[in-house]
Design a protein. Structure first.
Length: 76
């Protein structure tokens, strides 16, 4: 939650605010959804919300193989 401002207002908007002159290629990886032993404030899934932010692209891999391929493609 503490990085939401930087992700949404900096990484997501830099390209558009610069008129396309400053790309901001960055990969964020984070857990989503419920997990054993964590409180309600730590088990939210923000993927859909992040997906509605202009400039951000969200992927949700199904398997470890999908995750590896998507991460490698995003870094390239």
């Amino acid at each position: 939650m503490q990085a939401i401002d930087q992700i949404v207002n900096s990484a997501g908007k830099t390209y558009y605010m610069s008129g396309g002159n400053v790309p901001c290629p960055v990969v964020f990886r984070g857990p989503n959804g419920a997990a054993s032993g964590v409180g309600a404030q730590h088990s939210q899934d923000y993927a859909a919300w992040y997906g509605s932010i202009p400039g951000l692209k969200v992927v949700s891999p199904w398997s470890a193989e999908d995750c590896k391929g998507l991460l490698k493609a995003a870094i390239r």
